[in-house]
Write a protein that binds this ligand. Sequence first.
Ligand code: UD1
Ligand code: CA
Length: 457
Amino acid sequence: MGNRYAIVLAAGQGTRMKSKKHKMLHPVLGRPMVQHVMDQLQVLKLKKIMTIVGYGAEQVKQQLGDSSDFILQEEQLGTGHAVKQAAPFIKNEQGVTLVVCGDTPLLTADTLAALFDHHVQSQAKATVLTTTITDPSGYGRVIRDNDGNVAKIVEQKDATNEQLQVNEINTGTYCFDNQLLFESLSKVSNDNAQGEYYLPDVIEILSQANEKISAYQTEDPNETIGVNDRVALAKAEKIMRDRINLEHMKNGVSIIDPDHTYIGSHVTIEQDVVIEPGCVIGGETFIRTGTVIGSHTEINNCTIGENTIIKQSVASDSEIGNRVDIGPFAHIRPQATIGNEVKIGNFVEVKKTHIEEKSKVSHLSYIGDAEVGKNVNVGCGTITVNYDGKNKYLTKIEDDAFIGCNANLIAPVTIGKGAIVAAGSTINKDVQADALSIARSKQVNKESYAKRLNKYK
Ligand code: UD1
Ligand code: CA
């Protein structure tokens, strides 16, 4: 097919978002919109991807990392001017260049591949990805000549009343003959309502030079939405959410209420997982078969095993095993690894802790910077005292140990295999295997004392 390149436009300020946050970094289902565009481009295995950055360049570069080359557009003088910045790098190359906006996060690799194919097969010099929508306001209109060929694209602000009636819009996505693209760009002027160098003007320039222009129409206008403001952002979120949820349901995942379930694009879920209403599942999460994610649970970047149940809890950057029972109201913080058949009960916070199989932390505990063995029972209210104000220290609880309720384990400390810590103890020295450790003041009962005190009430 020859060389294929892509240019991603991401230099604009995005004033219509009315935000301190860079427009390109506004998330759709938890993932920055420009990253969605890049994810799809990666699938296409192009020779080179160049992202035009300008406003907030460093943030966009940091987000995209080494998936793209970056070209600086110092002043943002329009989409045509933006593409022109790539000229020194590729204007002499032979091949096809895809231009795509960083604010069209719903485009799919399938559609982009089809656009490339259509462009090559129709032997066009430029192909515009268009779609027909009921409310075209805000978009550039595709103006065809009497023979139905694309003659030009007119921006909303430059359009005549008649042109505004056109429902076929420019999605901001195009394929160009690379050399012709850069030749034509030097002819684009900024004589228009916005005083900008418009990329779509290249279409009229090529058409007047009798070069072949083609349009590739997508049937699904949902794919091409351009996110310029928060209204479109919410629309994009809904469209992507529906698309992802549908895919999971087709794969055998039960989603009780798909309108109130938010699953990111990089989440993998096996069949017979049940997701109850109100869940937000994001990052690189993997959920194995038979697991139930209870309502209003938030999960980010976790691996979760089979037949586990997580109720109304928050979990991030952690590994959770098979047949684990978590929640309600548990907080699994980063770097927790939780073994098979472990129970983490209500109001338990676990952080940077490894818990081996069949151990239980059932109620009201904080377990941080700890290694917990197998079959350990951590009583209600137990806390690992891991922090002295400067450093964090490790608590080790070996297999079969039993920690009584409301114990404080002052790290660094080890509770040996099979040991018992009495309820209410504050432990700051290691406890040997099989020992019973009591560290609290002795109880004193003073007979009739209450009665005496009651006299003064
Ligand atoms: C653009 C198209 C319009 C199309 C719509 C589709 C132009 C003139 N108009 O309009 O025909 O219907 O997209 O969504 O192209 N950018 C730069 N540098 C600049 C200006 C913009 O990199 O100097 C980037 C922006 O960051 C954005 C993209 O180009 O990612 C499009 O710019 P935007 O201002 O959103 O154009 P629209 O008005 O949406
Ligand atoms: Ca836009």
